[in-house]
Design a protein around this ligand. Sequence first.
Ligand SMILES: Nc1ncnc2c1ncn2[C@@H]1O[C@H](COP(=O)(O)OP(=O)(O)OP(=O)(O)O)[C@@H](O)[C@H]1O
Length: 967
Amino acid sequence: QHFSPPHSSIWNNQMENFILYEELGAGCNSVVYKGRRKGNLNYVAIKCTDKTKRPEITNHVRLTQDLDHPNIANFYEWYETSNHLWLVVELCTGGSLESVIALDGSLSQDGVRRFGWHLVKGLKHIHELGIIFSDLTPAKILLDGSGILKFGSFCLSKAEGETLQDFLTLFSASEEIEEGDSNQNTDNLKKRLQGSTAYSAPEVLEGSETNMNSDLWSLGCILYYMYTGKPPFCSDNYTELREMILNEEPPPPSCCSCGPYCKVLLIMHFIFRCIFRMNWPQLLAHPFWTQIIKEEEDSYGRHTPRMSGTQTSIVNHTLLSILFSSCSCSSRANSVRNCSSSDCPNQNIAPQVTLTTSNCTDTTCCVKDLLHTEFDLTVTPVIDNPKILKNTPVRYDPKTLCVPAYSGEKLQSLSDEEWTVFLSQLCSSIEEQSHSTSTATRSKLNLLCYLCCVVGHTVIANRLINSRLVGKHIFVLDSLMGLLALHCRDLGVDSPVSEAVSTLTDLLRDNLRNSKIKRLLLPPLAEFLYLISSQEKKRGSPEGLWFVPAAAYTGLMRSLREGDDTAVHHMAAKAIENISTVLSGPSHHLVTTEIGSALWYLFTHSTVEAVRVTAISSLSRLTRVVPAIFLSVIDTCGPVAILEGLVGTGARVQQHLLTAVAAALLTSCTQTHRVTQNRDLVLKVLRCLESPSTITRAKAILLLLLLIQDNTHTLLYCCQNRLVIYLERDLRKATPLRENPSQSGYLSQCLDLLIAYLSSTAPVIMEDVLCALRGVIGRRHPTTPQSKQLKQTLPTLSIVLDLVSSQVTWSKITSHCLVLKALAVSYIHFLINAKQQSLFLNTEFPFIYQMLYSDMFMSRYETLLRAPEPIPLHALKLLVSMTEHNGQQLSAENQEIWEESIHCLSLLVQLYCGEGPDCLSPSCLRSFSHVLRTRMHTETPRTQRTALKIIKRLVSKHPHKRTIRKA
Ligand SMILES: Nc1ncnc2c1ncn2[C@@H]1O[C@H](COP(=O)(O)OP(=O)(O)OP(=O)(O)O)[C@@H](O)[C@H]1O
């Protein structure tokens, strides 16, 4: 009902307000006109549809009415007349993508990149809002007057998790349809739901509901279509087309203008189907888009008016978050993490944040989710905190007490009447004492001490703080007030806390230079401000329920900077630390770059470790709320000075600093780039993986993830500097985890995330390497750009080799064809070294390449990988060590050894992968055994051991073991 269009009578009136121009196009049961509202110069598109399409139109309206994105055609309004529904949407004068391609035949690589990027951005936005586009075809994509592609019709789209048919049937059912039409209508609906087969993902053709992955499949088909002018699979016959999509690979795009990146992008989409179908992170990270992202960033920079550093960072952040940021993928709600600590029972620990990576498909999003743990949001008291000031225990003398010396338990159990009596006794004693001049002081102190001892009970604290005692007697009881605030859990709206805060603020302002008084005033003020913040958060009130003068926050800030009293500095920093954990309403006054730099100054200049820890922890918490705070510190000091802080400090400082840097870099590509440009800095973060603290190691992993993301060369550098060894150590749990098991759980989550990232990146790297090699097939001498590309990409192969040749990471990397590819490519690499990049490419490479992509190869490989002690891993190790060992020596001089090794390697490849008649043929095996016999004694013991293992395994497990034994 919510989506019912306005009634026909209204539309008849409305109709007079619109002018219809020419027809723009027609669909089945619909005509689209150009139109304009009278008195308005903006043209619109007006779609007039038959009422049988009410379910789809209703669906379109409900899904698009809140969408606002440059790559989605805007919805404006809709109406109903007696026979039609009318939809007013954004005008796209360029027609559909289908009509563009029909005219142009196909697009150039640049065209595909530019248009493809529009589609990527639009679809990403759609997915981020939890919508599945479903029927993604070129006919549904429109081109506006300025050359921007827009997603047009959402008639067959749906919210994630929904079954579209149910939704549409519901609306069909609500239509007043004649009996006889009902069946026909259901049939029509089913037909319409089938969408366009040519762009449907295999699983959808097999009956699954559409989902984000199937949308991405269709997106791949459209990229292919833009490029070649045809969808990847075409046939006029439905059954034939379905079979093709389910079982075949599309012909590789062969257009001469097709650049390598574009080809890889398309190949990755289709070849190997489920294994290699791209997901969002892979798609966004693909080098095909690099140029356009850069162009967009540049033009964004050009068109943006000059801004201060902080503003620029924030804008950059916005731009980047539009382009790259997390795709929480299921719905908006999933991406928001609730870090409220308002309900924590003991005020000591903020509630545990559920750490999960399962919903995240984007690394940045997962890092963001994992970055702050309950440990980072711990709240400790400012008042009576022995780490700030040593306290002497409070005692009182019950005999001379001017009120009944009830114990805490007794006080809690007082009835309302008894409590009122006690309270009035208390107030009148305080009043008397404040007027008297002689013996008051001792008695006053005794009363204060008594109250301090009993207010630790929440019920008593709640009762007192909501009483008239608070506002009236603040002068006498300021530290008591702090204790009340510390223990109170339920603040009444009428509680006079504002009065207390204002009084404390005034006192602080009047005594800014007096450290002794500040030591007395800051703790209660800090407790009050935290109490107010957390209570406001608890009530979900964005506006201040209790008035706090801005001067209170200014007072905290000034206490952070002025004077040289360490305790005062510490108190102010701790106050900010606590408040920033639950930032709400007015406490946003704290989030300023000034406070950021004051905390950084305190961190870098204080000589007391506890103060440094609190300062950097506060800064980290503020950065969690507004990353620009720490970004402006990084802007000012430079990343070198910032990461210097990691060296030679305690684990806690490292943890907070790593967290703050990661939280800031999450939003700034520029700063991330600055860090990765400096290898020393990357190394500093990497070295944190040696820390004995599991939390430090976990945080370092998260920061490293941000640094290596989309940066293969930084990843390569990390691998060269023992990244995989560090991972192995933690994955094996070689170091006993002495700390809290939940902390080691946290480390495992971070490790899993890194491994997941590596396992999704390894195939991409491999594909880039293959792409570089593919370019030189059939060439005697690669061109200069090809050599350059080879030079750049081939070394990155060692990342994959590192990962697949480590027992531990290998078992985590589940992509079945990866090891196989690494095997073959390192073989090629070996050949390149040996033959100095020529000749062999004509003969050897096409063979290997063909093998890599053959079905037979793939199916066989999976079985081998599943074996408990997989052969390929050993083969790979042997291969790697031989490659490393012989690569240089063999270049040209030692032809004999080179040939033998080639035999050996080629045999390995065939042994593990081949199934044809030649595989394991007696002659192959003979030459293999010959190579082993003659070469093995010169090999290192490690290589010999590996070779022996392989042989042992071959002999005992292989189906052709007899032949092998004989050989
Ligand atoms: N917003 C628009 N601006 C300009 N032209 C449009 C717009 N929307 C549609 N058109 C044109 O009208 C044609 C038909 O659009 P319509 O949305 O009805 O197509 P359709 O989705 O194929 O319809 P159906 O599902 O009813 O077959 C499109 O091919 C396009 O040329």
